[in-house]
Design a protein around this ligand. Structure first.
Ligand code: ADE
Length: 264
């Protein structure tokens, strides 16, 4: 059995991120105690160039500006005891209320969140044309009441970038932003390339080769030099399937479940 549809799709996929109908520029609003960490690495390379070109903009909101006392207090001890400090709900609520925009996906970066996936990134870009807001926690986290309230009223979602604990949400926010910005229309020179890379179609990417054709006595696979696009697509699909099966049984299971095999 061969899935002909998938093979053709693999060779021919085009970018599926919707063009924005709204002329408003895509904006990332980051709620943080460390606004100087932004844009950080996103001021360089692809994302930095896209920012210069006016494809996206950044608003790093300093949560401390919303503190209510003269000491600019943003956190306090945890009810019930424990060593860490917890960010106050009143301060967080004021910061979010001052900057939350309609048409924007709101995220709380947290190791307790749903694991981030490529398809989440694509759906946020399609469904929230105005951009993304990311709340970055520090210390032991954020008072649960303000999170619960914003989950309910504004669809705030807790998102984790992996099963490890960072010292705050800022690095996670940079990761999430990078994954979003590179998919914005006009950012990549060849947007088609984004649909045949790892995690699209629940497959890891096939191996890539470039010049020289012979390096260190090793050669590029013959099929890639054949000019036969169908054979190349079939070879790449097979490689992608093999590597996914070996390295990521979780993805492989999802991929297999989504196949609708066509009998030859
Ligand atoms: N903050 C701390 N650790 C994190 C993680 N793994 N993902 C998202 N935000 C975090």
């Amino acid at each position: 059995m061969v899935n002909i549809n998938l093979r053709a799709t693999y060779a021919l996929l085009t970018n599926t991120v919707k063009e924005k109908s709204d002329p408003q520029m895509w904006q990332a609003t980051i709620y943080t105690l460390f606004p100087n960490m932004f844009p950080g690495p996103l001021g360089q390379s692809i994302a930095g160039k896209a920012m210069e070109q006016g494809i996206w903009k950044l608003n790093a909101v300093n949560i401390r500006d919303f503190a209510m006392d003269k000491h600019k207090t943003v956190d306090d001890t945890s009810y019930g005891g424990g060593t860490g400090m917890v960010m106050r709900p009143d301060v967080i609520h004021s910061a979010l209320s001052a900057h939350a925009q309609p048409g924007t996906k709101l995220i709380y970066a947290s190791p307790k969140g749903k694991p981030l996936t490529q398809s989440m990134i694509r759906s946020w870009l399609a469904d929230y044309p105005n951009g993304i807001g990311i709340l970055c926690g520090r210390y032991e986290g954020v008072d649960q009441r303000v999170l619960d309230q914003w989950h309910e009223t504004h669809g705030l979602e807790d998102i984790s970038i992996g099963d490890y604990v960072l010292s705050g949400g800022e690095l996670a926010a940079l990761v999430i932003l990078d994954a979003c910005v590179r998919l914005l229309p006009g950012v990549l020179e060849k947007p088609d390339a984004t649909t045949i890379e790892s995690f699209e179609l629940d497959l890891l990417e096939y191996p890539q080769y470039t010049k020289p054709q012979i390096w260190n006595k090793t050669v590029v696979p013959d099929v890639l030099l054949s000019g036969d696009h169908k054979s190349i697509a079939a070879w790449r699909l097979n490689e992608a399937e093999t590597i996914t099966q070996n390295r990521r049984p979780d993805l492989w299971q999802r991929y297999e479940a989504n196949q609708k095999p066509v009998k030859k």
